[in-house]
Design a binder for this molecule. Sequence first.
Ligand code: ADP
Length: 475
Amino acid sequence: MTMNQTRTGRTFDLRTKLTAAFLLVTLVLFGLISVFANVLLEKQFEDYIMQQQEKENQAIVDTITSRVSDWGGIWNQDGLELIGVNALERGLMLRVINADGTVLWDAMIHHSGMCASILQGMAERMEAHDQEFRGGYTEQVYPVIADGQELGQVAVGYYGPYSYTASDLEFLDRLNRLLQLAAVIALLLSVVLGLYMARQLSVPIHRVTDAAKKISKGNLRDRIAEPSSTTEIADLTGSINQLAETLEQQDRLRKQLTADVAHELRTPLATLQSHIEALIDGIWEVDEARLQNCHEETLRLTRIVSSLEELTRYDADVMTLLRSRIDLGLLASRITGRMQADFQNKGVVLRADLADGLWVEGDEDKLSQVLINLLANALNYTPSGGLVQLRLSETEESVTVMVEDNGIGIAEDALPHIFERFYRADHSRSRETGGSGIGLAIVKSIVEAHQGEVSVESELGEGSRFFVIFPKKVA
Ligand code: ADP
């Protein structure tokens, strides 16, 4: 599947999505804050203004009461005029009533024009602030009590239920402007933050995408080196690197195999070619020995092809181990039981020093293959009358398998190569014994897939000792 096929519908880049998300959150937040500010704050402010109004009313009543006391409990018309005009300047319309009910002073009568303009002005200001506002002339009546005697009443009139002064309105206005400023700053911040976060995320993702593209084009050496502090991106980077590693390893195996096969096929093919050409050209006469020679080379070719098939199967299989808990002791005794007859036929003694309960984690078929290949080699390269020993031992972390023979041994210069594919220590002898040089390569690849180790000690003419160490727990 190509990358484009996995896309469905319209796609947006991270930057757009994150910035849009941040913007949306900021807008919703500020919408909510504005509503709360306007509803709750204004309500509080209204209450505050009404309390202030009440205080002011009370202050005027107190002034009048104290003046009346000063006047000796008798109303003074001029004094009232002074107080009334003073109050009028602050938007309050007074009406003072004597104890007998006669009106002593009334702003509405004495200064009716000013009262009307005050009320008109207030109404205009309040309606300009809030079109829904419905207010009008409101009056509160307070008794005037001096020396425990009620001398009359003061009615304080004003524009109500409440009204804002110019500075009150300015305060509200400033608050709103501050909110708007904060909203603009927050919106800008959310865009900057959105872009920054998107960058933080998209840069490593782009890097991963680029690396993946390069890998898909065959640049298997490419790895993503930069670390990321985002767990998911670090995981993604790790998986891509792992993928590249596996692909590179498989690619190496494939190339190696092709090279090995070409190298292996070249010799028998060259021999066959030269033989047949000599026969065609009449340089050689067709006789049985020469035909036999050619036949042997074709047999060798057939063997190479079949071992190739086997090897391909193992290379593919080794990647997928069917792991379970295996008792290596039990497995070894089953295998030696099955191979006993082959040893007897050749006159080689197989001695197995085994105990049950040596558990490892692994693939039963593959582990059997390791033991079979090692024992078969020991049998192959040990002449009649020889001895092959199989011994198992364990430590806390691992189980060791040792296959020892007192056969022909391996030359020192051949030892480092015997685990390579198609490598045979002695070609002429191997031809007799039918080996194609892949048995130990298979052993090695299985053991390594189990995170184990394989090694060999040998001396030409004395015998060989193969060790395989399997960890009990595979990571
Ligand atoms: P082959 O099919 O030739 O046995 P292997 O990969 O199993 O292939 O072994 C590679 C070579 O290692 C053999 O050709 C042989 O020369 C040498 N070898 C392996 N096991 C032994 C052994 N037990 N004794 C002597 N030589 C051995």
